[in-house]
Structures are given as structure tokens and as C-alpha cells.
Design a protein around this ligand. Structure first.
Ligand code: ADP
Length: 164
């Protein structure tokens, strides 16, 4: 079985993340969406909130092909522990490339059996990141078309804004 882990912060999950998982299921038999626990990184949503949001966002996908998990420590260690041969990452453009390239090379140095596989972001979501969504939502923008309804509702309650 070809298993990939898809690690990230998912703070919060966006339609870009979801589209990457959907595309990834054409390549991998199972994807483990893996929320990184990083106490040094300040997040808007708690770990539990992000896990719950992912659960809602991915509920339409076959349950036997998707797992949602939290992990700390090295990504490659988590991949190995889960029996995954790949780390799935998304590329939105050259801005992502340098950082992702460095990560992929260091991860391959740490564990040669696990390869990082990149999928290009869908053009609909090319300019979408969790950060821009949070910034827009914090200013009261309507982000309903860019995230799952559960995420939109949670963002609104975090920022207590009304739609414009
Ligand atoms: P990290 O903090 O590890 O970058 P993110 O949650 O921001 O975590 O992103 C996780 C992965 O999802 C990264 O590989 C990122 O490039 C990818 N990603 C983020 N937004 C999009 C998008 N709009 N389309 C495709 N991939 C995306």
C-alpha cells in the first residue's frame, strides 16, 4: 500500500489543502494528514481545533483512505512509524520552492527511504495560504469561497466579525 503523510500546520485548513489531499488520493492509496505539534509556533487554532476542522473538511473522502493525526518530533520519524514511503507537500510557486527544497533535502538526508513528493497547487487555490485567509478574516472579509463552511464559521467566531 502506498501511504503518504501530508504534514503541515493547517492553521486553519483551506481549500488549497483539501484540493491537495484530493489530488494526492489519485497517487497514493492512503494519505495521513498530519498536524505538526510545534510549541514554538503560535497558532490561531489549538491542536484539537485543527484536528476537528480537518475531520469536518475531509468527511466527504473515503474514510479508509484518509487518516488525521497529530505528531511531534521529526517528520521522517513519523512517516516511518506510520509505514509511509512519501511526504506529500504542495507547491504554489517559486516562493514555496526554496523552503520546500531545503526541507526535502534535509529530510532525505535524515531518511533516504522516505521521499518528498510535490504536487502543484490547483490554479484556483494558487494564491491561498492559511496566513492570508486569517488576515482577510481578521479584517472582516468574506472568505466563504476559500475555506470549508466549518472553517469559515470558526474563523468568524475567533474574530467575532460579521460578513461584508
Ligand atoms: P507549513 O507550516 O508546514 O507550511 P501549512 O499548513 O501552511 O504548513 O502547509 C502545509 C502544506 O500544504 C505545504 O506543503 C504547503 O505548501 C501546502 N499548501 C498550503 N496552501 C496550499 C494551497 N493553497 N494549495 C496547495 N498546497 C498548499
Amino acid at each position: 500500500m502506498t501511504i503518504a503523510i501530508y504534514p503541515g500546520s493547517f492553521d486553519p485548513p483551506t481549500n488549497g489543502h483539501l484540493s491537495l489531499v484530493e489530488m494526492g488520493l489519485n497517487v497514493f492509496e492512503k494519505i495521513i494528514v498530519s498536524v505538526a505539534i510545534n510549541p514554538n509556533k503560535k497558532t490561531l487554532f489549538t491542536l484539537d481545533e485543527r484536528l476537528e476542522l480537518l475531520k469536518e473538511c475531509l468527511a466527504h473522502l473515503p474514510f479508509d483512505k484518509i487518516e488525521i493525526a497529530a505528531f511531534d518530533g521529526l517528520t521522517v520519524d513519523f512517516a516511518k512509524a506510520k509505514g509511509a514511503s512519501a511526504i506529500l507537500r504542495g507547491l504554489r510557486g517559486s516562493a514555496d520552492f526554496e523552503y520546500e527544497y531545503q526541507l526535502a533535502v534535509i529530510n532525505r538526508h535524515l531518511e533516504a527511504q522516505v521521499q518528498t513528493i510535490f504536487l502543484m497547487a490547483d490554479y484556483h487555490w494558487f494564491f491561498i495560504s492559511s496566513s492570508t485567509i486569517k488576515e482577510a478574516a481578521s479584517l472582516g472579509a468574506n472568505i466563504d469561497a476559500l475555506v470549508h463552511p466549518a472553517v469559515a464559521t470558526s474563523l468568524k467566531s475567533k474574530y467575532k466579525t460579521s460578513q461584508i
